[in-house]
Design a protein around this ligand. Structure first.
Ligand code: AHR
Length: 351
């Protein structure tokens, strides 16, 4: 089946609408740069490229192998729920595996999906590097691969069909922009500690880079310590305890996700300090527990990362197996929340 330019545009638009409608309430905040997410989704056209042949007959149930990162955070749980429920809804036979944050487990799972001859493989890579061999094996077996949530750094982009998920650099920029604005008139040094996500993962690399870019212009904004908390609450608490021990005057914590911020809050409170007041806190995700802490004033600013990728993933897989070529990059839109906005949004928060 050949796809016309008009139909292609409609597909991209419906994919974006699916994500946007699944995404709770995105707010606008004057402190944050406007998200370029929606614009760059639309700007990733597959243009007039000829559609490939349908990979599965119309009446056959589609089978999908999904290799998940793990269950490290509230965000991940919401993402897994979204994928599993959307597969059910779409009548897709989902084979699901949890890699427990280990790349070797994901590689094993992908190889097993290749052996099972699934119609399509999707995964959210734990880290960015080291995927070429297994992706080549999938390609040689004629199984298309969809990347969700996190990117790979493979030079050969023909190894996957599309990558859908947030723009993590932009998320880091939104966090940095807010902070730079809060301290634009400061005459004193502001000591920042950073809890990074999993070492080598796309969100850790990109959120760090985007944040650094936006605070760079003000020499008073100093990152005095930066260490991984592996995106978990337990590690976030442990590393924050170490930060507090080693540094007397911490003004700001930038955590790459809510779970690490929540762990850090426990450490800050145990040290007799007031989170959100004595130490300002910025985090990324916007899951219910994070939003609750923000509504209570313990987290000052949250940059949203939308985990509800299931419906978009299932629709994309169906389209692909119908012979339609998806855009190479689908950026899902994210909002931001101050404490006040979190309080307002909390009653309708879905995850
Ligand atoms: O890849 C998305 C990140 O992974 C989320 O921000 C974090 O909570 C999760 O573990």
């Amino acid at each position: 089946m050949k796809r016309t330019g008009k139909l292609g545009a409609l597909l991209v638009l419906s994919a974006i609408l699916l994500v946007t409608s699944a995404c709770g309430k995105n707010n606008n905040n004057n402190n944050a740069e406007p998200s370029k997410a929606a614009a760059s989704s639309a700007a990733a056209p597959s243009s007039e490229a000829p559609a490939s042949e349908p990979a599965a007959p119309a009446d056959k149930q589609i089978s999908m192998g999904f290799a998940q990162v793990g269950a490290e955070s509230g965000w991940r749980t919401a993402n897994t729920d979204s994928i599993q429920s959307a597969a059910k809804e779409a009548g897709i036979d989902l084979k699901f595996s949890d890699a427990q944050q280990k790349q070797e487990n994901q590689i094993k799972a992908i190889r097993s999906y290749i052996q099972q001859k699934v119609d399509v493989i999707a995964f959210s890579p734990v880290v960015e590097s080291g995927w070429d061999t297994v992706l080549k094996e999938a390609k040689d077996a004629g199984i298309p691969v969809i990347l969700t949530d996190r990117a790979v750094d493979s030079k050969d982009t023909s190894l996957y069909v599309t990558f859908m998920g947030s723009d993590f650099v932009e998320e880091g920029r939104m966090a940095g922009t807010w902070l730079a604005d809060q301290y634009k008139d400061t005459a004193e040094d502001i000591n920042i500690v950073e809890l990074q996500g999993t070492t080598g993962s796309a969100p850790a690399n990109d959120r760090k880079a985007g944040f650094a870019e936006k605070i760079a212009a003000n020499p008073h904004l100093k990152v005095i310590a930066s260490q991984t908390g592996d995106f978990t609450r337990a590690k976030g608490k442990e590393v924050m305890q170490a930060f507090l021990k080693a540094n007397k005057d911490i003004d700001v914590l930038y955590a790459h996700n809510d779970d690490m911020a929540l762990g850090a809050i426990q450490a800050i409170e145990a040290a007799g300090l007031k989170p959100g007041v004595d130490i300002k806190i910025i985090s990324v995700d916007g899951v219910k527990d994070g939003m609750t802490a923000a509504a209570e004033g313990k987290i000052n600013y949250i940059v949203e990362c939308n985990p509800l990728l299931g419906p978009l993933l299932m629709q994309t897989a169906k389209d692909l197996l119908d012979g339609k070529e998806p855009p190479k990059r689908i950026v899902t839109p994210d909002g931001t929340f101050t404490s006040e906005q979190a309080k307002e949004a909390l009653p309708n928060r879905k995850y």
